[in-house]
Design a protein around this ligand. Sequence first.
Ligand SMILES: [Mg+2]
Length: 268
Amino acid sequence: MFGAIYGDIIGSYYETHCTKEYDFEFQKDSTFTDDTVLTVAVCKAILNNSESINRWSVRKRGLEYAGQFRQYYSYYPNSGFGNMFSEWARCDNFKIDHSYANGAAMRAVPIGYAYKTIEQVLLQTKASCYYTHNNREAIKAAQAVATAVFLARKGESKQNIKVFLQNLFHYDLTKKLEDIKENYVFDSRASYSVPPAIIAFLESTDYESAIRNAISLGGDADTEACIAGGIAEAYYKDIPKHISDFCNRKIDYTLKNVILDFQNRFCE
Ligand SMILES: [Mg+2]
């Protein structure tokens, strides 16, 4: 479960200092951001209630995810949240937002670990999007990330993961990272930024290369790396010690405890 968080931390510096260099340095100013905070909020929502839902209870379950998003926003309001999300989280009542950005995809990794069937992964992810990203492209992207994690942790091959995601979500994952990278810019639309993060994983050879691929796209680096790193950890089941040593010092104690609880309960 730390794969997504480490990706966020290492990518955080390069969100504002975009790079196309694969061999970039890890920066001491790196810090966890909203990607981490909301990933932990999803962990908390699942720890509080891991019951399966059906398609008639998506909205009700959505309220539980949304409650945790608002709670965790209130703990860490200055960790890089976008204006739209901040406004939503501060609003007196639970309104439904229709963001088409990658914010629901960046926090979807835990869902791929916690549930036993693809159907449940898809429903839970939809519920997690209900109040903030009630938009077709945003839901699809979040579901693609959670599904990739689900398949990766089950030991599916990259080829199977790729074909499955292409068939279910109609993403073109055959593009080469090198070609995407050439004209890639910072744009947090889910439909623009999530497929390249998945390809960053598909073209990787280990955990570290997945986050290097993602960050050196030169875009929304923390989120790209959070997604690629989350899938990569589920697939490779191993993170180099120099990365965990670098990042562990930078994670708030409270957040770390929630992730450890979640890991103990849901990750083999
Ligand atoms: Mg961020």
